[in-house]
Design a protein around this ligand. Structure first.
Ligand code: F6P
Length: 337
């Protein structure tokens, strides 16, 4: 009997997606007794809704291990918008089921954890994180040398809207003096006090790593919308430029803001992510073989395993202030806001 497996990538891309696709396809091909046909579904769930798919052959999966992005394309379709009727005629969920040809059984889904934010609940690590961490750390390293030469304060914005993992890890790896993350609203006067002390003690430059979703103690008292409106009035989306201007105004020290942005999501996966993606992909193929669906692949205590999708859905894994890396940062005297 021929078995058919569909693969799609959705949400923000990250390094390692193609490595995962390759691992799934290769493991399916080599480890199933039946013939496996693979359908590539393009542009995430939107492709499933609109029936944008094509048969894929082993040729499509060749030479993609090291390739960044996703050969299938991706799209953000927020879950809450899934139920919305599009163009007054398409019920997205029923359209998806129809395209899937399996509406009576529901969708046989196996999810894999991908994100540079590393905020997926139920897994210790997601692929993409380590590649982005290397890029973000490299950005800080480059900023470090110019900051030191010019005796400047550099405020570096790193990705992470809700979760501060990338900023926390890159900040520690890059030797930042302050790390500001969304999980801990910052008090700028405290950050400045630390910075001035460092200057007094002879460190004549400073790196402040700020997550894109970081906000101040004052902003923490506001609703998200109100915060966004206040920032929009001064032409800002994130706190980074506001922090840099304020530091310069108060301390008189030359301060610059740097935003590497999507550079952190692009490029080739690092060796760690290639291996992780391959482990996850081959495990997903095993799950498919044993027909275990409605699950999300995970890494728990260095063992590849899976969780029920229903347990993972809607939850995030955020930085808790008693986690190990926060303790390490504190022990290194890094200001956490
Ligand atoms: O992939 C996650 C993420 O990088 C977040 O850190 C960031 O907020 C978001 O994606 C931005 O992505 P986009 O520009 O694609 O909406």
């Amino acid at each position: 009997m021929i078995k058919r497996v569909g693969i799609l990538t959705s949400g923000g891309d990250c390094p390692g997606l193609n490595a995962t696709i390759r691992a799934i396809a290769q493991s399916l091909r080599l480890n199933f007794d039946e013939k496996i046909e693979i359908t590539g579904i393009f542009d995430g769930y939107s492709g499933l809704i609109h029936g944008k798919c094509a048969d894929m052959t082993s040729y499509d999966f060749s030479s993609i291990l090291t390739l960044g992005g996703t050969i299938l394309g991706t799209k953000r379709t927020p879950f809450k918008l899934m139920r919305v009727i599009q163009d007054d005629k398409i019920d997205k969920v029923s359209q998806m089921k129809q395209n899937y040809f399996n509406s009576s059984e529901g969708l046989n889904i196996i999810a894999l954890p991908k994100t540079i934010d590393n905020d997926i609940w139920g897994t210790d690590i997601s692929f993409g994180f380590h590649s982005a961490l290397n890029t973000a750390t490299d950005a800080i390293d480059r900023i470090y040398t110019t900051a030191k030469s010019h005796k400047r304060i550099m405020v570096v914005e790193l990705m992470g809207n809700k979760a501060g993992w990338l900023t926390l890890y890159a900040g520690v790896a890059g030797g930042a003096d302050a790390i500001l993350i969304p999980e801990k609203p910052f008090d700028l006067s405290n950050v400045i006090m630390n910075l001035v002390n460092n200057f007094k003690n002879g460190k004549q430059f400073s790196i402040i790593a700020v997550a894109e979703g970081a906000y101040s103690v004052k902003e923490a008292k506001m609703k998200k919308k109100e915060r966004a409106e206040i920032r929009a009035k001064i032409g800002e989306k994130t706190a980074t430029n506001i922090i840099a201007k304020e530091i310069e105004k108060i301390t008189g020290l030359e301060t610059r803001a740097v935003i590497p942005g999507h550079i952190q999501r692009g490029g080739s996966p690092c060796a760690y992510d290639r291996i992780l993606a391959t482990r996850f992909g081959s495990y997903a193929a095993k799950l498919a073989k044993s027909e275990q669906f409605g699950v999300a692949v995970a890494m728990i205590n260095n063992k590849v395993t899976h969780n029920k999708l229903s347990e993972v859905a809607g939850k995030s894994r955020l930085v808790s202030m008693d986690c190990k890396m926060i303790q390490v940062a504190q022990s290194m005297g890094i200001c956490l806001g």
